[in-house]
Design a binder for this molecule. Structure first.
Ligand code: GLV
Ligand code: MN
Ligand code: MN
Length: 414
């Protein structure tokens, strides 16, 4: 590659901050749940930036967005980059957005340098990488890869009972869900820039991480039905307190994840809905959403199996009814060695230090890997903090990531 990218980092940081201000919560808290008013406004903002950069923007039936810089051989499958702009409740401003706006910045820098790609370069903004609304992560890329089929997608409901069809059409996204599915070969290669969401790069003072594998995520929904009643009037013997049963299961998730002895096994219960939720009423129903992950899929499945066993045991001993639903249990993904080599060459050419690492978080790359060769590029984030308002990546870190990405896109698209 001959182009020497020079970055306009202030422009990018300004855009990240503008995007962060489009939130359902007061700054610095970013909350942008898919198809919320904030999500729709954020999409409008990002699409305008893309059209301002001369990219051709199209959207599919669920709002996955494709912004294309046409190459000199436009019939060749494009090189794609991108990430997501939806944000979980109480999030920060870098998760996903660095990959979207950083990808756009990489394209703009290459345009300014007069680079002309042979293959088109396409920025992809995936719908609902976060599982907040529908309980399942990577909705957009999962559907592109047909891992979640149109029939399964039609059955999705949010907490208020609204369907994907209802919500997407209120956002202006119509057309058959079948058209979201993409064939292998639609993209030549895909590279995703993302913050690490872990502490290693910062601790080791390394500029960029080259992701070789993405861990296998799973989610199990657990509903416990007990017996409600008056918190004063009903004696302790014979109670069927659904929340007390849930407490045992929450601790079981923690100890099952710890019991593997591997740092790569993690287990979390992030949702606990208690009904009726009154201080003087015995909980009659509780819904837990559990998140269990491991880089080793079989070991992750053993943790899931032990949770199921614990559910059966608690149901028996506490005389409550426990139903479980496996929402997803995806295999891990491996990144493509050839793209990793290009990333490494690009990092060296840019004078950046790098190391190979795994991603314990999931990303749209997990599903893009089903339809194209993929790789991921990580930048540090302060203290490894993510999914919190104090998530932070310095302009220098972001600049390094965009620089390496720009060089990589140059090499891949030439
Ligand atoms: C993505 O946000 C994840 O939870 O890994
Ligand atoms: Mn996230
Ligand atoms: Mn993310």
């Amino acid at each position: 590659m001959t182009a020497q990218p020079t970055l306009t980092i202030d422009r990018l940081i300004g855009e990240l901050k503008t995007l962060a201000a489009i939130s359902e919560d007061e700054p610095p808290v970013v909350t942008r749940v898919v198809f919320s008013e904030a999500d729709l406004r954020a999409r409008t903002y990002v699409k305008k930036l893309c059209t301002d950069a001369g990219l051709s923007v199209t959207e599919d039936a669920i709002g996955n967005t494709f912004a294309r810089w046409h190459g000199s051989e436009p019939d060749l499958p494009p090189i794609a980059t991108g990430s997501h702009i939806d944000a979980i409740p109480n999030a920060g401003l870098y998760d996903g957005c660095v990959g979207v706006l950083g990808g756009l910045e990489a394209i703009r820098v290459l345009q300014q340098l007069g680079f002309r790609p042979r293959r088109s370069i396409e920025l992809v903004i995936f719908t609902s990488e976060e599982p907040t609304r529908f309980g399942i992560g990577c909705l957009g890329s999962r559907m592109m890869a047909n891992v979640l089929t149109p029939t399964q997608a039609r059955a999705l409901r949010d907490k208020e009972g609204r369907s994907l069809d209802e919500l997407r059409s209120s956002g202006g996204f119509t057309g058959p869900l079948e058209s979201v599915v993409l064939p292998k070969g639609r993209f030549h290669q895909f590279v995703e820039l993302h913050i690490e969401q872990g502490p290693l790069l910062e601790q080791e003072k390394i500029d960029v991480g080259l992701v070789t594998h993405i861990a296998a995520p799973a989610s199990m929904r657990v509903v416990i039905e007990g017996e409600g009643g008056h918190a004063g009037g009903k004696m302790m013997p014979g109670r069927k307190d659904a929340l007390a049963a849930a407490a045992e299961l929450i601790l079981a998730v923690e100890s099952a994840a710890k019991s593997t002895g591997a740092m790569d096994t993690v287990g979390t219960v992030g949702v606990c809905d208690v009904f009726p939720g009154a201080v003087n009423s015995i909980p009659s129903r509780v819904r837990l959403e559990t998140d269990i992950r491991d880089i080793d899929g079989a070991r992750r499945d053993r943790v899931l199996a032990s949770l199921q066993q614990k559910c059966d045991e608690v149901a028996r001993l506490r005389c409550v009814t426990i139903t479980t639903e496996l929402v997803n249990a995806d295999p891990p993904a491996a990144c493509d060695p050839a793209i990793l080599e290009t990333l490494e060459d690009s990092a060296r050419a840019a004078g950046k230090t790098c190391k190979k690492m795994v991603s314990r978080a999931y990303h749209d790359s997990l599903f893009m890997a089903r339809i194209a060769p993929v790789a991921m590029l990580f930048i540090p984030c302060r203290g490894g903090v993510s999914h919190r308002p104090d998530e932070y990546a310095s302009p220098e870190w972001i600049g390094s990531g965009v620089h390496v990405l720009a060089r990589t896109l140059t090499a891949l698209s030439s």
